[in-house]
Write a protein that binds this ligand. Structure first.
Ligand code: NAD
Length: 415
């Protein structure tokens, strides 16, 4: 994996879009940098009695269309530029799905795998103590992302409620169901991506019942993608991987059994006596559908010519760098871009906010129907724009999203 500056990648994507759509120079200047960002130092008492200082960030990229929204990542390699890029992508994602929200992101530099539950709880609460004045149900609403989960969201909501002196379920989404979480949030990112994949398969003339699939990353997004690709559409999952390596079985894997093995042993590797493959090899397999669902910058100009999948469904954020995008487009590979493909999570998060405000909760069937509707409309608007301008799907998604943000900025008198 190469370490390029992810925010530069996000800016270059916007630059390309601005050229195609002849974006007004004032709107372009606003959209090229974050509106606001907060850097915090978080003292946390560790189990051994020492105090460690963790660095945390919250970036609010643009709120022209409404309060900002975006996940919080706990990762040892977190950087402010990664958070900026992800906040920009949240802005485009919310606009593309036509949600009344802007984009934000947060992160803390830490290694949650090396921390106890009580250290994680103290870090989660410290993060809210650091940023609480900056967030709120009508300002900025965080959610889970890499290495954060419903339990972390519960601690954060509780801390915010204690500081502000009232129950504030709407301050954060991705909460456990018993404290204002939404039905259908657990698999929402993957499910939304698969609704988009169903539409892409129709557009590319691929029969999903006969399709083979490889999934890189077997966490929340990757596991559910494998499980739902099989259970909803009858796809054959032939390879999956995680940070420790990958496995390949051309006869087809049982995603649930692999998930149970990972839960028990911490990894998909050594699942039964099947072929081991590396995280580089999994990307270049002869499959119909490739689902990168781990980290960013994994498909570059080096390996893009070797990608053989017909559809790449980007559940991870930023797995393909712009140079690689061009190569895949020239090779006729249909890419469902990240901020369309993984928008199911924020869409159900938005449904969670609506239900929290409403104090009335929908059942899972209703959530799935509403999610399907939102994803299908968004996919079709991107496909239509890509065909109209003869541009790739990512550029088309940018044009649809940026046009909506610019329209809101114009109405508000910002440009
Ligand atoms: P997660 O922490 O649940 O899982 C991450 C997975 O990636 C783990 O299986 C881990 O072992 C694997 N991984 C880590 N480093 C790897 C490497 N170098 N090679 C291969 N695998 C590696 O995280 P998640 O929530 O599933 O998020 C995965 C991606 O999806 C991220 O890019 C995230 O931003 C994006 N995403 C997630 C959501 C969501 O709701 N979970 C929403 C939108 C986008």
């Amino acid at each position: 994996m190469i370490k390029s500056n992810l925010f530069e990648v996000a800016q270059r994507q916007l630059d390309a879009c601005a050229k195609i759509m002849k974006l007004d120079s004032n709107a372009y200047a606003i959209l090229r940098t974050p509106m606001r960002e907060l850097h915090v130092s978080l003292p946390v008492r560790m189990d051994d009695g020492t105090t460690r200082i963790f660095q945390g960030f919250r970036v609010q990229y643009n709120d022209a269309r409404g309060p900002t929204k975006g996940g919080i990542r706990f990762h040892p390699d977190e950087t402010i530029d990664t958070v900026r890029a992800l906040a920009a992508w949240m802005t485009w994602k919310c606009a593309l799905l036509d949600l009344p929200l802007g984009g934000a992101k947060g992160g803390v530099i830490c290694d949650p795998k090396k921390m106890s539950q009580s250290e994680l709880e103290r870090l989660s609460r410290a993060y809210i103590q650091g940023i609480w004045q900056f967030i709120g149900p009508d300002k900025d609403i965080p959610a889970p992302d890499v290495y954060t989960n419903p339990q972390v969201m519960a601690w954060m909501m509780d801390e915010y409620s204690k500081i502000t002196g009232k129950s504030q379920f709407g301050v954060i989404t991705g909460k456990p169901f018993c404290i204002g979480g939404s039905a259908g949030r657990g698999d929402a990112t993957a499910r939304g991506g698969l609704y988009a994949l169903r539409e892409a398969a129709k557009a590319c003339g691929i029969d999903l019942k006969k399709a083979t699939v490889a999934v890189q990353g077997y966490g929340n997004a990757g596991y559910y993608a494998a499980e739902l690709a099989k259970s909803l559409f009858g796809c054959k999952i032939i390879a999956v991987s995680d940070s420790k390596g990958g496995i390949l079985d051309k006869k087809g894997l049982n995603p649930e059994a692999v998930g149970e093995h990972k839960a028990k042993t911490g990894s998909v590797v050594d699942y039964s006596k099947i072929e081991a493959i590396s995280n580089e090899e999994i990307l270049e397999l002869e499959v119909d559908i490739l689902i990168p669902a781990a980290l960013e910058n994994v498909i570059t100009e080096k390996n893009a010519p070797n990608i053989k999948a017909k559809i790449v469904a980007e559940l991870a954020n930023g797995p393909i760098i712009p140079e690689a995008d061009n190569i895949l487009y020239k090779n006729g590979i249909h890419v469902i871009p990240d901020f369309l493909c993984n928008a199911g999570g924020v869409t159900v998060s938005y449904f969670e906010m609506v239900q929290n405000f409403y104090m009335y909760y929908w059942d899972e069937k209703e959530i799935h129907q509403r999610l399907d509707e939102k994803m299908t409309i968004a996919y079709q608007s991107v496909l239509g724009t890509s065909e109209k301008y003869k541009i790739n799907m990512r550029q088309a998604a940018y044009i649809v999203a940026v046009q909506r943000v610019v329209e809101a900025m114009e109405c508000r008198g910002w440009v």
